[in-house]
Design a protein around this ligand. Sequence first.
Ligand code: CO8
Length: 257
Amino acid sequence: MKDYKLLKISVEDHIAIVRISRPEALNALNSEFFTEMKSCLLKLDANPEIRGLVITGDGKAFVAGADISEMVNMTPGEAENYSAAGQDVFNLIGMLKIPVIAAVNGFALGGGCELAMACDIRIASNKAKFGQPEVNLGLIPGFAGSQRMPRIIGLGNALLYLMTGDQITSTEALRIGLVQKVVEPERLMDESLDLINKIVSRGPSAVAKVKKVIRQGLEVGFTEGSILESTEFGSLFGNEGTEGMKAFLEKREPKWN
Ligand code: CO8
């Protein structure tokens, strides 16, 4: 896949790595970023060769937020539309069948923290700093951070960090479950690739369905989510699930399609 202006794309062993690359502005997100990211995600989704995605940032930031210089003169209507359009792009990440890891190399503030939270799993460098500092600007999150953060770190922690705007160290992020692993900066990409390669070595339909039932289940009640789980559980029989179980009983490696 070709690079975009703000996104550098590489593919290693069926894993796509998307690097957000506007280091002079600490990778701040502007409308051009959202256009490029949407196109990139749709292309990755349509490519059966791609089995996993790692998103990271170039330079000392993952993403230091939405681009304040672009937002400052927006009218209320323009800001609302921009917020909704950005949410649509971040929601796409959760709808991809492939697993998506955020490899958080540095500042993940505002829209950057929202992007990391939109990914399936977060691995952070021990230099990373998270936070939703919008209240310092007289704003609130606009890319669904107010909805994702309490689902990930709980109501009290989300209110604490959204109302103070305080930065969150990687140690604290690990303690509250905002990230799943913290590593030395030079190990960040290797650890992220190791993890995603482990995930894609499992049954691909099963992995996609785990993502689907967890994410869709969070949108509905327990009963509806459990029905969805039964449906998806059943759909694995006669194909990937049957192959996986046969391989176990025959003491051989499964052959995934
Ligand atoms: N927007 C635009 N430019 C930025 C941003 C940003 N969010 N963050 C950094 N930059 C720019 C700086 O202006 C500076 O540019 P220049 O060199 O031309 O002056 C360059 O990046 C380097 O930044 P600093 O010199 O400030 O670097 P430091 O290492 O001193 O500080 C910080 C790093 C602490 C990350 C600091 O840059 C900072 O506080 N940045 C802003 C963080 C922030 O408030 N983020 C939240 C933004 S609001 C948001 O994300 C809302 C999301 C929802 C939007 C919904 C749509 C309507």
